[in-house]
Design a protein around this ligand. Structure first.
Ligand code: URA
Length: 239
């Protein structure tokens, strides 16, 4: 048995805090009965509806890998009615993205209805590698790239060690392409890391999330993960 707000949040409906608000407003039913009591516990076998929608926590788990295109927001809904990553996947199951890619960032993004795996993957200590390819205005020196690798200050905190590799230097156009592997997932982390050494990211692509790459997927295409890949992801986060 789990607290109702936890189940609702893990089903990906909304945050735990928002779920508490909805419970206190009388918007949540368990097996047809309205619950407003905050400590109420339910099980994943119960039928839970929020604002009349069955949040289907006992549904089969699904896992998609999307090659996110530019100009799509990483969210389940948008106030401005823009297209979201969830709109790109054909399914009736309520899924949500694992972490976030910026509106203009492309590449590997997981979507699922598995709240447990999502929480484990996005946890700061999860240690999941993410490989980003950044096109940058200017050509950072070896020393500047070394700074990126050993950690720079963003939002008052030093970033963890990263792997950095110059992939391409275009001296004529004063542009470079740099591969950066990080474990953390702070907001706009890669752009802020480059900003910290004085460079602007003009294009950003996530080439790999953990061991999952999107080489075989065109922009906007997606595929389901196979059971072996799901098991491997659980293996990574349970280490
Ligand atoms: N870092 C960024 O700056 N943006 C992203 O979308 C992902 C990582």
């Amino acid at each position: 048995m789990e607290r109702l707000q936890k189940i609702i949040a893990e089903a990906g409906y909304c945050s735990r805090r928002k779920a508490e608000e909805l419970i206190s407003q009388g918007c949540v039913q368990v097996n047809g009965q309205t619950i407003t009591e905050m400590g109420f516990k339910a099980s994943f076998q119960d039928t839970i509806t929020v604002n009349g929608t069955n949040i289907s926590v006992n549904q089969d788990k699904v896992y998609y890998l999307l090659n996110k295109p530019r100009g799509i927001i990483t969210s389940t809904t948008d106030d401005k009615k823009r297209k979201t990553v969830v709109d790109l996947i054909e399914t009736d199951i309520r899924i949500y993205p694992v972490g976030r890619l910026d509106y203009d960032t492309t590449g590997a993004l997981l979507l699922t209805n598995d709240g447990e795996l999502t929480n484990l993957l996005i946890h700061p200590r999860s240690n999941v590698e993410k490989l980003y390819i950044a096109k940058v205005k200017g050509i950072p020196t070896k020393e500047e790239l070394q700074k990126l690798a050993s950690g720079v200050n963003i939002d008052g905190k030093k970033t963890h060690q990263a792997k950095v590799k110059m992939r391409k230097m275009d001296k004529k156009n004063n542009i470079s392409v740099i591969a950066l592997t990080i474990h953390e997932g702070k907001n706009h982390q890669v752009k802020k890391m480059f900003e910290a050494i004085g460079y602007e990211v003009i294009k950003l692509r996530r080439e790999r999330f953990a061991f999952l790459d999107v080489k075989d997927l065109k922009s906007g295409e997606y595929r389901k993960l196979n059971p072996k890949e799901v098991k491997q992801l659980y293996g990574l986060v349970n280490q």
